[in-house]
Design a protein around this ligand. Structure first.
Ligand code: BEZ
Length: 386
């Protein structure tokens, strides 16, 4: 009897100690993001957004304090596997957050899958991540490259354009954005007459702009982002092309870039899953908090980082912060509705947001919402077997 009581008391003490240790252990979050190069501002905005949500929860997610680890991936695919393994193997993070560049993100997703580490992609749109590379531990709070670009197709056709030339960087994000636009535009009856490209992250656009002038299409559709987007919009304007051939893009062309683009971007129409002027209580509160914390207005990248932390919170709440319940954590995340500043969204089976895509027009320093171009657009997730 005494013996049995002692055993029971010991068991209870051990359980208490284990739960104490669990609560005391910090959750390890690894940021693999670009902190240098053409996408540096995007990486910083993602980290800011993530940390803002954590701060709003009193510095914890699912009741657990967070320990951050960081790697600058430089948007360099050739270093991506090594960088991912620094976080996975050296730092042994619980969750990976990243990245911006599609080529880097594909290597990150492969490394995460091999190690069975949960990954939340906070920008990179590579279709493959929620296509052939999809998996139970792979999530995205951003978009596929196909999504915003596809939405511009019917919009451009409805505006009376019959022919388009496309121009982008030659890598997964550029190729897939052009593919998405072409699909939407040609389904609507338009024709892409020429696809122009240059290597990432080159910004010597002059000869390609001369070619566009000679081709005289009804419109140009483009994918550029970050520093490259600033330079492209400035060069297009300086060449006088915007007077005769209207320029359209997926919204990265003008997000987080308007201060630098100034007059050259005014009036540009783009499609994206976020916009200025949504004027919902959720977005207004987010924008007020973000500008108070960082002294700047948020952009789409900040929203994607913020929503990654929200998604983690949904998973961690379901397991009361017990990260050893990995399968339950992931299942709760996949079934979550994320109360995003962009508008609430759910995840597809493949783990990608099913979300509204907005048509926006540049007005001053804002990408003002014009209308919802496509409601609840789901990526086709071609090749995902889950
Ligand atoms: C990408 O590489 O997937 C990407 C980079 C910047 C903005 C949008 C997409």
């Amino acid at each position: 009897m005494t013996h049995a009581l002692t055993r029971a008391a010991l068991g209870a003490a051990l359980m208490l100690a284990a739960s104490g240790a669990l609560a005391a252990d910090k959750l390890k979050v690894g940021f693999m993001l670009p902190y240098s190069g053409t996408f540096a501002a995007l990486g910083n905005a993602i980290e800011n957004g993530f940390k803002l949500y954590v701060a709003e929860q009193g510095g914890k997610l699912g009741g657990r304090e967070i320990e951050y680890f960081k790697v600058d991936d430089e948007s360099n695919p050739s270093k991506a596997a090594e960088n991912a393994n620094r976080l996975i193997k050296r730092d042994q993070v619980d969750v990976l957050i990243g990245t911006v560049h599609s080529g880097v993100a594909m290597a990150l997703a492969k490394a995460a899958k091999d190690a069975d580490t949960t990954l939340i992609v906070t920008n990179a749109g590579a279709n493959a991540i929620t296509g052939p590379l999809c998996g139970p531990g792979i999530f995205r709070t951003s978009f596929t490259n196909w999504q915003p670009a596809y939405a511009m197709g019917p919009v451009a056709k409805a505006r009376g354009h019959k022919t388009a030339v496309t121009i982008t960087w030659k890598y997964a994000a550029g190729d897939e954005a052009i593919g998405g636009f072409k699909e939407g535009f040609e389904q609507a009856g338009g024709k892409v007459v020429k696809e122009l490209s240059l290597p990432f992250p080159n910004v010597e656009f002059q000869s390609l702009l001369t070619e566009i002038a000679a081709l005289k299409p009804d419109m140009v559709f483009t994918f550029f982002a970050g520093g490259g987007a600033v330079k492209f919009v400035q060069d297009y304007h300086a060449a006088g092309l915007d007077k005769t051939i209207p320029l359209y893009g997926s919204g990265f062309l003008t997000d987080g870039t308007l201060q630098a683009q100034g007059a050259s971007a005014q009036g540009l129409l783009t499609t994206l899953h976020y916009a200025d002027g949504l004027n919902t209580p959720r977005d207004n509160a987010f924008r007020a908090d973000y500008s108070k914390a960082y002294g700047a207005q948020p952009d789409v990248y900040a929203v994607q980082g913020y929503d990654a932390a929200q998604l983690m919170q949904s998973g961690l709440s379901a397991v009361q912060g017990d990260f050893t319940k990995k399968a339950d954590f992931r299942q709760a995340m996949r079934g979550a509705t994320v109360d995003s500043p962009r508008g609430a969204f759910t995840l597809s089976t493949a783990g990608n947001p099913v979300q509204d895509i907005y048509l926006r027009r540049v007005d001053g320093l804002e990408n003002k919402v014009v209308e919802v171009a496509v409601r609840k657009l789901a990526d086709p997730a071609r090749g995902c077997k889950l």
